[in-house]
Write a protein that binds this ligand. Sequence first.
Ligand code: GLN
Length: 286
Amino acid sequence: MLTILDLVGRTTVFFEKCGVPQPRLDAEWIIAHSLNLARMDLYLQFERPLEEDQLAPIRKLVKRRGAREPLQHLIGFVDFFGLRITCDKRALIPRPETEEFIEILNEKLSAEKPLRILDLGTGSGVVALAFANIFPSAQVVATDISSDALQLAKENAGTNKLSDKVSFHLGNWFEALPQNEAAFDLIVSNPPYLSPQEWECTQKEVRNHDPKLALVSENEGCDHLLDILTAAKQHLCPGGLLAMETGELHHELLIERAEEMGLSDARGMKDFSKKPRFFLAERPSR
Ligand code: GLN
């Protein structure tokens, strides 16, 4: 009879052949998920033999992962900043860099007064919900142009008991906001910033399963970044912060445009892997 350890080994070899980026880790995740175990518990049960009725559902998921469906779609969630975020094809799978981004911004914000936070292009809702969770007194507003994504974001607000903390609006960037919406202390966005050519070169998981709308922007990936930057000042409080995730080559152009728009302290920051990734600028206090 096949033990858990045998199955982890065989699945890892199969995933390697299929070009799955983290074959052993994904094998463990899928097997643990199917057996209703935490991944670390597998290690305590390696010698456990598996019955045929336990193997059948695992085989199905292994086949789908071998065909390069993202792990997060197969297990149905990612854990993000203490929240469990449901993932499916309606919105981008939240990325570790975005978690890093929230950590950076969290250090910059003070909760002395209730903050007003706007998340543009909220997708699964992950950024808006993380901030609503960190700052319970904040007023958080989230927008997206995709009604499917917005529906998923609302579901994630519900499962994380944050529905009364975030308001959701459908539409293109700032156009989604209700008329006369007050200004924000933080405007945050992880907008689409891949050029069409970069998108062609992404992994199969990304190209075939993340919504293209969430990833691609014309004009070398710049269009959406510039649209947001150009309109941001009038929606920021004096001293308010604009923060966006970007591609590696965008910072110079964004810094130039920020200065033209009368924003101050425009600067790029690198992520954990030392790639230029985050862009920040402020509305001057007076
Ligand atoms: N804000 C969401 C995230 O960071 C969605 C971003 C997007 O769809 N481009 O995951």
